[in-house]
Structures are given as C-alpha cells and as structure tokens.
Design a protein around this ligand. Structure first.
Ligand code: AQP
Length: 333
C-alpha cells in the first residue's frame, strides 16, 4: 500500500496521558488537521510512549478512547487519514529495538526531554524514558514519512530520528526516507500560564497553568484572567514580558492576526481588556471542539471502528518496511 501513496506522507503521534492541553492543540494538532488537505496523513495514539509513567490499566484504556474521540473532534478525518493505536501495531516495538542498536548512549544522554523528565521524577528514571526518542524514530521511519507536525519541544527528537536514519542508510543503502519536522509559525511552544518561562504541560501539578480542551468556558476565562504577566501594562513584545508574549502568541494562533497587528490593535488598552479578548478567542476555538468531543464519547462504537480500520491499514504499511529492514540487516532466513 505505501508504494501506492502518491502524496507526501505525514506522520505524528500524541500520548494518551489524560486529555489535551492548549500547547498540544496549537503546537501540533492544528497542523494535523490542516496537513490532511494535501498529504496522506497517518496519526497515532502513542500509548507505548505513555507507559514510562505508571498508569492504572482501566484509566489508561479510557484515556486512549478519550484521545481518539478528541482527535476526531479536532478534525482528523477517517476518510482521508489513518488513525490508530501504537501498541496494536507490533512493528513499532520491533523496529524500536533494532534502531536502538544504531543509536549511541551519548546521543540519548543529551536529550533535554530525558533530562527534564528524569529530574522531575527521580524515583522512576526507567530505561523506557531514556530510549523514548528511539521509539519515536521507529514510529516515524516505519511509514516512509516526509513530514512530522510537532511542537518546538520535539525538534531534538526529530533531529535524532534523522541521525539514526542516515546512519542506518549509510550502512545498508536507502532504506529510510529522511523526514522533516513541521512547526507552526506562532505558538510553536505555548508557555505555562503560571510560569511563562516553562512549557505548558499536561503533567504540571498546577491546573491553572494550562488550558485543557475539555475546560468549560468559565474555567477558560478564569485561567486567562489569572495568567501571570508583568506590571508594565503594555501589550507588546520585549524582555521580561514573556507572559504577555505568550498570550499574544495564543491570541495570534486563534485569530490568525500577526503579532504586529495585535500590538497596534491593543495600543493604549490594559491587560484586563486584552485578557478578555484572549479568553473570547480561546472559547470560540475550544467550545465547538469540546462539544463535538462530548458527542463522540457517547458513540464509542464508532470511535472503536475507526481505530480498528486504522490498525489494519497501519499494519499493512508498516509490515512492508519491517520486511525491508530485516532483509537489509540479514535477520531471519
Ligand atoms: N506547550 C506546548 N507548546 C507547543 N506544543 C506542545 N506540545 C506539547 N506541549 C506543547 C506538542 O504536542 C504534541 C504531543 O505531545 P505529547 O502528548 O506526545 O507529549 P508532551 O510533549 O510530553 O506533552 P505534555 O503536555 O508536555 O505532556 P506531559 O506533561 O505528560 O509530558 C507534540 O508534538 C508536542 O510537541
């Protein structure tokens, strides 16, 4: 099937770690929807990545279903694209092991996500957390991927994917296509509302630091009002204005207005007025997605049927690549 695909191939994944936050939406998922127009897109709920932290089994199953429903609500189209659960396609784990033999310890030690996550959870620095980028490389390389829409925090992981693929190709010939990351022009790194120097993240213990796709309108407004800013009271970019800049980027991503245009629009206005407009823009974006998501969660049979079809298609494509890789190395007879 992969040889039949004439359009550029897009692959990306998201972890089912309990809902999506605004950073996931603006940094990656908005592009997932847009890229479907001109590309063949393959999207995965990467549950194997999410078990680097402990999960309750029943809760994990629910989170996977919720992630699928949210992706469909966000516009991932089962008619145009493939949507599947990573653990149901065994080639991902298989290729990950092989690629780990072509990845250096030193390279993985330099990954900032590993350093961040291991320092935040020193009691569970497992090998899966360390080899996470290798599994991500396998996810991407299995599908002859051209483009990978992700947020700015994933740049280092895209780069190591390219390094691993090139290293493998230098030994065995052109087995893998070398993929490129696709990052949004604005809001490629949405920052925490409580600490604008830190990335907005689902696992932040402070719930007011992030906006979730399932937040009700009142909660969105309250969180934006409480967002940390500065005392300068001018809506513009500049040193020490990370909080306002973050809100400007969010507003820009929601309204498609440029940052220059936002500075002119809000010249002479105060933070209260600006925050109200940001909240309105966010509500206009999130409310329809949230309501669609609620409807889809009432029709789980449909959601499961999409995932089943996706699994079959993903298996078909990835098994072709697995065969090529095994033959190149000389595995099996
Ligand atoms: N703050 C962010 N700004 C822009 N993009 C972001 N992404 C995540 N946070 C931001 C992008 O979302 C996609 C999916 O992310 P993920 O769920 O696979 O894992 P993550 O990056 O670890 O997300 P979180 O919210 O930070 O999860 P936790 O707290 O569980 O670690 C990726 O493309 C990512 O770039």
């Amino acid at each position: 099937m992969s040889s039949d695909i004439k359009k550029p191939i897009v692959f990306s994944g998201i972890q089912p770690t309990g809902g999506f936050q605004l950073g996931n939406l603006l940094g990656a998922l908005k592009n997932w929807e847009l890229l479907q127009r001109e590309n063949f897109c393959i999207y995965s709920i990467v549950d194997l990545h999410s078990i680097t932290v402990r999960n309750d089994p029943e809760e994990l199953k629910l989170k996977i279903t919720e992630a699928a429903a949210m992706l469909l609500a966000l516009g991932v189209s089962p008619e145009k694209s493939i949507l599947f659960i990573q653990s149901q396609v065994s080639s991902h784990a298989e290729l990950s092991w092989i690629l780990s033999c072509y990845t250096q310890f030193g390279e993985l030690s330099r990954m900032t996500q590993f350093k961040d996550k291991s320092s935040k959870n020193p009691e569970n620095v497992n090998a899966g957390l360390f080899t996470y980028p290798v599994l991500m490389a396998a996810d991407i390389l299995l599908y002859n991927t051209d483009l990978v829409p992700v947020g700015d925090d994933q740049r280092q992981h895209i780069e190591i994917t390219r390094v691993i693929a090139n290293r493998f190709n230098n030994i065995y010939g052109d087995v893998f296509k070398i993929p490129e990351g696709v990052y949004p022009k604005v809001a490629s790194r949405v920052m925490s509302l409580a600490d604008p120097k830190a990335k907005m993240s689902k696992s932040d213990p402070n719930k007011n630091a992030r906006i979730m796709m399932t937040d009700e309108n009142d909660a969105i407004r309250k969180k934006v009002r409480r967002a940390v800013t500065d005392s300068d009271n001018q809506i513009r970019r500049g040193i020490g204005k990370e909080g306002i800049e973050n809100l400007m980027e969010i507003y820009s991503a929601c309204t498609n207005k440029s940052l220059d245009c936002i500075e002119s629009e809000f010249a002479g206005k105060n933070y209260g007025e600006f925050k109200n407009q940001v909240a309105d823009a966010l509500i206009s974006l999130i409310e329809p997605l949230r309501e669609k998501y609620k409807e889809l969660m009432k029709d789980k049979k449909y959601v499961f049927s999409v995932l089943k079809t996706g699994k079959e298609k993903a298996m078909e494509i990835s098994e072709v690549m697995m065969k090529r890789v095994n033959e190149a190395i000389g595995l099996g007879l």
